[in-house]
Design a protein around this ligand. Structure first.
Ligand SMILES: Nc1nc2c(ncn2[C@@H]2O[C@H](COP(=O)(O)OP(=O)(O)O)[C@@H](O)[C@H]2O)c(=O)[nH]1
Ligand SMILES: [Mg+2]
Length: 414
């Protein structure tokens, strides 16, 4: 047996190659979507891998005789088309109205009334051969690859994940895993079953990243992240929750002195909640601030948003966060951001040991892939999800089940 692999954009593109290289008795053993090229896992192109084979010593001409009935039918159709073409050509040669005598008629196109019989036969043969090959390939595909019988639910799942901006690598991993599970089943699974399996798999994958919270033992919690993602608002929500609901003694520190309004914004919340607030202009001010807040059980520290794709800014913030206190840093990211930007920012913070992430503005998007991407690709644990501007209500602990339900949406109808 001779086996050959073709990488093409789509299956029809492979058929003529297979036919010319392996002959008309070639069979397609498998088709698979693959990704090739790219740079560091990005910009990879989606292609189709087609594995075709030919039995050694297969006699090329015998197979052509097989679909005789179909061939006869096709031949009939071809003849009918040619007959109608011939009639059309005759009509051109015989215009309905006589042309004015003064106008010199151009000679009619040099079209023979009927093409030579040899040419017709050759076209017919080629056409028949093509149709035979396509029919055979389709039949083999459905025999050799049972997946082809249930591509709809998988295709819909794939589409949903792409629309949710899940990273291509994760989509491939999930689709492969779902296909593997589906292969064990006797009955043809529908959309609901496919979705159920995908949900189960994703929840399993998320186990190390779910049920996480801000460390109970941390006395100081730093909130870092790009400008405008909602750090200050989030701190107000959490501080309100902790002091009102749990009666904890909260203190606030802000190092966001780049914008005057930023200090005022946190001060306003501090006044409403009746909690003390300190402003620090440099790491040197920190010991004094901590001294002022020494009676506080829990201190939330607000930082300025910077271009955190720039590592220098990350290390700058990091130096501010060095303290002898038991502390934890939470990266705040808005779900309205681009997943690639978020991952770049996250990468820089992960380098400095940041493990927790808090997502805001859930209410402003219906695309949720970033949470999965940041958990599975950047190994960040989501702790809270904020979903509005209302302090203190619009925030809740991350819930993996609810999240996966939102990500997958309703199962596709078959
Ligand atoms: N829709 C929505 N807006 C939010 C959310 N969190 C914060 N915001 C708004 O985003 C804007 C920037 O918030 P701010 O806390 O100042 O961001 P910071 O620069 O990271 O401190 C403000 O208008 C907030 O009200 C959220 O979860 N949903
Ligand atoms: Mg702020």
């Amino acid at each position: 047996m001779r086996v050959k692999r073709y990488v093409v954009n789509a299956l029809p593109e492979a058929l003529p190659m297979i036919r010319s290289e392996l002959g008309k008795d070639a069979v397609i053993l498998n088709t698979k979507e693959v990704r090739i090229g790219g740079f560091m896992g990005m910009f990879r192109k989606k292609k189709m891998e087609v594995i075709a084979a030919i039995e050694s010593g297969a006699a090329a001409p015998t197979a052509a005789a097989q679909p005789k009935k179909a061939a006869a039918e096709v031949q009939q159709v071809v003849r009918a088309i040619q007959e109608s073409k011939r009639q059309a050509a005759t009509a051109v040669l015989e215009p309905p109205a006589p042309a004015p005598v003064t106008v010199v008629q151009p000679p009619p196109p040099a079209m023979p009334a009927s093409p030579p019989l040899q040419t017709i036969n050759r076209i017919n043969d080629d056409l028949l051969e093509e149709i035979r090959f396509i029919k055979q390939s389709l039949k083999q595909l459905s025999m050799h690859k049972p997946d082809m019988e249930r591509p709809l639910a998988i295709q819909s799942l794939y589409g949903r994940l792409v629309q949710q901006e899940v990273e291509p690598e994760l989509i491939d991993r999930l689709i492969d895993a779902v296909n593997e599970k589906l292969a064990d089943q006797k009955e043809m699974p529908d959309g609901a079953e496919t979705w159920r399996i995908a949900r189960e798999l994703l929840l399993e994958w998320l186990i190390p990243y779910s049920h996480q919270s801000i460390s109970e033992s941390a006395r100081v919690v730093h909130f870092v992240g790009p400008t405008g993602v909602g750090k200050t608002t989030t701190i107000a929500k959490l501080a309100a929750g902790q002091s009102i609901k749990f009666g904890r003694q909260i203190g606030l520190i802000t190092s966001d002195t780049y914008r005057i309004a930023a200090v005022d914004q946190l001060r306003t919340y501090a006044n409403i909640l009746n909690v003390p607030m300190e402003v620090v202009f440099s790491p040197m001010d920190l010991p004094k601030a901590f001294k002022q807040l020494e009676d506080r059980e829990l201190i939330y520290m607000d930082t300025a948003g910077r271009n955190f794709r720039n590592e220098l800014h990350v290390s700058e913030v990091n130096s501010l966060l060095q303290s002898s206190e038991k502390s934890e840093t939470v990266l705040v990211l808005s779900l309205t951001g681009k997943t690639k930007d978020m991952m770049a920012v996250a990468d820089n913070f992960v380098k400095y040991g940041v493990r927790k992430v808090l997502f805001t503005k859930l209410d402003e998007t219906s695309v949720y892939g970033s949470i999965l991407n940041l958990a599975l690709q950047n190994e960040l644990q989501p702790v809270f999800v904020a979903s509005g501007q209302t302090v203190p209500d619009d925030i809740a602990p991350f819930n993996a089940e609810r999240y996966i339900d939102a990500l997958l949406g309703a199962p596709a109808d078959e």
